[in-house]
Design a protein around this ligand. Structure first.
Ligand SMILES: NC(=O)c1ccc[n+]([C@@H]2O[C@H](COP(=O)([O-])OP(=O)(O)OC[C@H]3O[C@@H](n4cnc5c(N)ncnc54)[C@H](O)[C@@H]3O)[C@@H](O)[C@H]2O)c1
Length: 419
């Protein structure tokens, strides 16, 4: 039975795409290697915080089903690959999932199908890695028998204003005809499309977007470190600078960057630069600054505890918000982990409060969760606001009886110290 779309990889990117496809009236199947993801979705459960169980119910009533059987790909008009592109143990790009997904697609590819890679990777991935696997293992030719495109994902988890339909989408094809087919497909899902010259430009555009954030976050963090050293209020500096209506985009300092994009994607750019013998100095400088931020927060916290006369072994610190950014449940690469590790190494008891995160631990050691903000503050010598979730009552934090280290510049109060 032919379907309009098979989404390969049903995570933070693939599942919202499948939902958008269902709501646009396309018949949609999701293929994932994880049996728990597939079983959960087919039982009506969501594992992604931006997708509710009501969304899954709506998708299922539109005909959506998940499967771990790759033969579902055979019936697809379009196949979109949304698998992870993380790092290996030695910090290098790990394209294992892209290669495996490409092999699954190749094994079931039919003539006439459009295949799109959405996973973030370095320039050349679509042409040099995905294309040879698809052509070699299917015996079909790009541009003649099937179409191959790259269209970088722009999902922003937790963003209530921008979703797939109203975020402009960059689209590219290996040939002009491939691009034309990709434009026709995404035109059914997205309001504004931007066609790049080729797949390498689209791949590079995605890396630029995330590296831009990475470098600018590093810059404001370094400004914060300098302001701390010479006694300037960095939050006032940022507030003043952000009033410029042109030529300045605001970024905020904090305990570091997390998630599976901002800290990871610059590694893909650096790896490509290494292969090409190009020295990308901005990247290493930014990485150096950002890697120092968790330790800076730990240093500020321990200084506050000694001002309070609290010996570190025996002091109790509560981390407020342990996800990698506000209003999400995702704790991947969260700076809360190195902050907690640094405090624990000094003998401090660390607990956390985060309504979005039911379980959190560091180095295999679980951390106690305090369910309510009031109880979290009452039982702590020091609270550290790491993420300003919108559910946090900032006026409660401002009036808290315990000392608060605010790394996000959101709380003003007698016992509040800003990063
Ligand atoms: N999460 C984000 O906010 C975000 C934003 C923009 C871009 N991206 C990029 O999108 C891509 C996907 O990221 P994600 O966050 O959705 O990942 P994820 O880990 O949330 O989900 C990936 C899914 O793919 C499945 N999978 C792995 N290998 C597979 C295979 N060979 N065949 C089928 N399924 C397979 C996994 O089981 C998992 O369910 C990455 O390249 C990432 O960098 C992510």
């Amino acid at each position: 039975m032919p379907v309009d779309l098979v989404v390969v990889g049903l995570g933070y990117v693939g599942l919202p795409l499948a939902r958008r496809s269902c709501s646009a009236g396309l018949s949609t199947v999701g293929y994932d290697v994880s049996a728990s993801v597939v079983d959960g979705l087919n039982a009506g459960r969501s594992h992604i915080s931006d997708i509710s169980e009501a969304d899954i119910a709506e998708m299922r009533s539109a005909g959506f089903r998940a499967t771990s059987d790759p033969s579902a790909i055979h019936g697809a008009e379009t196949v979109v690959i949304c698998v992870p592109t993380g790092l290996s143990a030695d910090g290098q790009p790990d394209l294992g999932a892209v290669r495996a997904a490409s092999r699954s697609v190749a094994a079931h590819l039919r003539a006439g199908t459009l295949v799109v890679l959405e996973s973030t990777s370095y320039p050349g991935t679509t042409e040099e890695i995905v294309r040879p696997i698809l052509e070699r293992e299917s015996g079909l030719r790009v541009g003649e028998d099937f179409h191959l495109a790259f269209s970088p994902e722009r999902i922003d988890p937790g963003n209530a204003h921008f979703g797939i339909h109203n975020t402009p989408k960059v689209v590219s094809g290996c040939t002009p005809l491939c691009a034309k087919h990709a434009v026709a497909f995404y035109g059914r899902l997205v309001e504004t499309l931007v066609v790049s010259r080729g797949t390498r430009e689209a791949e590079m555009a995605k890396l630029l977007e995330n590296t831009y954030r990475y470098v600018n976050i590093a810059l404001v963090n370094e400004v914060a470190l300098f302001c701390d050293q010479i006694g300037i209020d960095v939050w006032d500096v940022l507030h003043c600078a952000a009033t410029k209506p042109f030529g300045f985009a605001p970024f905020s300092p904090g305990a570091g960057v997390g998630g599976h994009c901002i800290p990871v994607d610059p590694r893909y750019l650096a790896a490509k630069a290494d292969v090409e013998g190009f020295s990308f100095r901005m990247l290493s400088a930014a990485q150096d600054v950002l890697s120092r931020m968790p330790e800076h927060v730990v240093g500020r916290a321990t200084a506050l505890l000694s001002e309070l006369g609290k010996p570190l072994p025996g002091a109790r610190v509560v981390l407020l918000g342990v996800s990698y950014k506000p209003d999400v449940a995702d704790t991947r690469e969260s700076p809360a982990a190195p902050v907690a590790r640094g405090l624990r190494e000094r003998g401090v008891e660390v607990v956390y409060h985060d309504p979005h995160v039911p379980e959190f631990g560091v180095d295999g050691l679980p951390m106690s969760r305090v369910a309510s903000l009031v109880a979290a503050l009452a039982g702590a010598d020091l609270a550290i606001l790491l993420q300003d979730h919108s559910c946090f009552d900032m006026s409660l934090l401002a009036r808290a009886d315990c000392t608060l280290l605010d790394t996000r510049g959101k709380v003003a109060g007698a016992r509040v110290t800003l990063l």
